[in-house]
Design a protein around this ligand. Structure first.
Ligand SMILES: [Zn+2]
Length: 168
């Protein structure tokens, strides 16, 4: 997989009712400038008039895409940045606080790459022996098995080897 940086900035307590499409446009252009990445698709900004009212906008640069959703009634915004080049979260945080007029403490960062890692490491794979619900930690004969079943199989196997040597 190409090296990439993928972050989500969740903003609460923001004055999203004050936002307009010009501000969203300015916000997106500002991010591309801060990431020093040339714009290849000017910001597209749409106003959502029904349901979760607010704005959705995106920009595409040579090395990234940036998407923003604002939620007027909830006073929230979500910004997603996917980039092939490293970017400094602090620079983005400053831009969000200044441009969208929010406190830094109202912004939460989620590293999408890490979310994937956490899910993988927490993934509980059950032992493939019938009626066994223990966590599989070993592989025996291509099947994922728990420590207990692994030891059972290993003991049996070793016994077979032993008897083959004795009588074979
Ligand atoms: Zn088992």
């Amino acid at each position: 997989m190409t090296k990439n940086y993928h972050q989500i900035f969740e903003v609460s307590d923001c004055n999203s009712s004050q936002y307009d499409s010009n501000l969203i446009d300015k916000f997106l252009r500002g991010i591309s400038r801060l990431m020093a990445s040339r714009i290849i698709q000017n910001p597209v900004v749409a106003k959502r008039e029904y349901g979760y009212v607010g704005f959705t906008g995106f920009i595409i640069t040579e090395s990234s895409h940036v998407v923003i959703h604002t939620f007027t009634a909830l006073k929230e915004a979500v910004i997603e940045i996917y980039s092939y080049n490293y970017f400094d979260n602090n620079i983005i945080l400053n831009h969000i606080t200044e441009c969208l007029n929010v406190r830094r403490g109202s912004i939460m960062i989620k590293n999408v790459n890490d979310i994937g890692k956490i899910e993988k490491s927490d993934n509980f794979i059950e032992c493939e022996e019938p009626n066994c619900i223990r966590k599989s930690t070993k592989v025996w004969g291509g099947r994922k098995v728990c420590q207990d079943h692994y030891e059972q199989y290993r003991d049996k196997y070793e016994k077979n080897i032993y008897s083959m040597n004795e009588f074979g």
